[in-house]
Design a protein around this ligand. Structure first.
Ligand SMILES: Nc1nc2c(ncn2[C@@H]2O[C@H](COP(=O)(O)OP(=O)(O)OP(=O)(O)O)[C@@H](O)[C@H]2O)c(=O)[nH]1
Ligand SMILES: [Mg+2]
Length: 344
């Protein structure tokens, strides 16, 4: 069942009840592969021959760290393009996810969570966010329950004064009750009166179909930017390095994962196997030791986990070699950041 979108707080709260009642059925449905794209009919009908307007545009997801931006991108695109962890600052790049149908093409952008930069890498990350403000046709400003404001006021002003439609997406509504949701909706409607408030749960896929419908309604008319079968702008190596970095974020603590950059040196694919050699750069010798661990066990575990995800991602067996090297202070060095693709 589809929950009709309504921008008013009372109606949203009402629909929220029915959303929650649909939860069990929804979860069942999600056991089948998720496809956000309308399936094409193999038959030509007159309806297909009618001249319809085509819509297209950039829909850029911005917000605080850890609110679920990458989770939403993956749900809307229907593929795990962006890595997800419970740690803040998981995403470091702007990552495109493209959804095409006969009537529209949406180019979604996942972006790093907005922070006050403390070092050059974070400055570059905030540049990617700034670019996402520049070229958006629709802005998705994502928040989570708890009403945390953006760390950077200038970004908030840009949302307030945006010339394009803003959808204020309250994510993680599975974690709150109805009264809290109502209060959150009222708060955000008062705080950003020009934005449309859309509560969702990305992990539970509550209301994400309606969000997609709203996005399509707000898209400008225009031709596709990318070929219809394009899924992203990133090469295969990027996804390999991100999967490895995700396992490092999950397996190591404190500053270690944030000091890591992964470079895929070799990616050779034949009919049955992908051979990958990746270098994991850290900033100091002590971090190298931590990464490798006692008798290399920590690195081995990370490598195995990464290989399994790489195999799932590409649908093929993989051989993964990980090498750890030190690259002093790379996060604060302009030249090195350029080499790693953080500067244009
Ligand atoms: N309960 C709940 N958790 C969610 C939901 N969406 C995302 N999460 C969790 O929130 C955490 C952060 O998710 P991400 O998608 O990595 O968040 P992000 O905004 O991309 O984070 P950064 O890249 O660090 O800015 C993960 O543990 C997700 O599983 C949701 O709808 N409900
Ligand atoms: Mg992210």
């Amino acid at each position: 069942m589809k929950t009709p979108f309504s921008p008013t707080a009372a109606a949203l709260a009402f629909h929220y009840i029915s959303i929650m009642q649909e939860a069990a059925r929804h979860r069942l449905r999600m056991k089948t592969p998720f496809s956000p794209l309308p399936l094409r009919s193999p038959f030509t009908t007159f309806a297909h021959m009618e001249k319809k307007t085509h819509k297209s545009g950039f829909v850029n997801i911005v917000g605080n760290p850890n609110v679920g931006k990458s989770t939403l991108l993956n749900v809307l695109v229907g593929r795990d393009l962006s890595i997800i962890t419970s740690k803040a600052q998981t995403t470091r790049h702007r990552i495109l996810g493209i959804v095409s149908s006969e009537d529209y093409q949406i180019v979604f952008s996942d972006t790093p969570g907005i922070i006050r930069p403390a070092y050059k890498l974070q400055e570059s990350m905030m540049e990617f966010v700034a670019e996402a403000f520049e070229d958006a046709d629709v802005l998705l400003y994502m928040v989570e329950p708890g009403l945390k404001e953006l760390k950077d006021e200038t970004f908030f002003h840009r949302i307030e004064n945006a010339k394009v439609p803003v959808l204020l997406v309250i994510n993680k509504i599975d974690t709150i009750d109805q009264r809290t949701l109502e209060a959150a909706v009222e708060y955000w409607q008062a705080r950003l009166p020009r934005a449309e408030v859309v509560p969702v749960s990305a992990t539970e896929r509550f209301n994400t179909d309606n969000l997609l419908e709203r996005i399509v309604a707000l898209l400008p008319e225009g031709p596709s930017y990318y070929p219809e079968d394009a899924l992203t702008d990133r090469p295969e190596r990027f996804f390999v390095s991100e999967i490895i970095r995700q396992k490092i974020l999950l397996n190591y603590r404190k500053e270690v994962p944030y000091s890591v950059e992964v470079v895929v040196e070799e990616f050779v694919e034949d009919t049955s196997l992908i051979r990958i050699r990746a270098i994991v750069y850290v900033e100091r010798e002590s971090q190298r030791g931590i990464l490798i661990g006692h008798r290399g066990e920590a690195l081995k575990k990370t490598g195995t986990q990464a290989r399994m995800d790489i195999e799932r991602f590409f649908g093929k067996k993989a051989f993964l070699e990980l090498v750890v090297k030190v690259d002093d202070d790379w996060r604060g060095n302009q030249r090195k950041l350029r080499r790693y693709g953080y500067l244009h």
